[in-house]
Write a protein that binds this ligand. Sequence first.
Ligand SMILES: [Zn+2]
Length: 134
Amino acid sequence: MTRSGVRSLIERHGILPTPQRIEIAHILLGRAQHLSAEQIIDRLKAADSGVSKATVYNTLNLFSERGLVKEVMVDPVRKFYDSTTHPHHHFYNVDTGELADIPDDQVRFEELPDLPEGMERESVEVLIKVRSRG
Ligand SMILES: [Zn+2]
């Protein structure tokens, strides 16, 4: 995605497009991917960017609040930012720490529980944790 494409995407989500936000969005939203805050910080460093860690964390929170990215918690201390924002399923490799999408049509539900009184379903997302055998 071009920087002007990133800028207009940010604006469409009601976010002021500061240079730092554009830089972070450019890294994360270029393609379908899952990055942790630490991975984004590493990429910014590699690109000699002066964006601070605090700015990265604040910006990712803002992006997530505004629906520009989706947060995926794989365990209580590990969170990924997903550039694909609609509900979908994931494999999480506990050996490598990698998160990968599962195509929607590869997960089917035979039966789901009755919802609590007065509630409607918002989404159903599956996280399958895998590790290498043996
Ligand atoms: Zn995903």
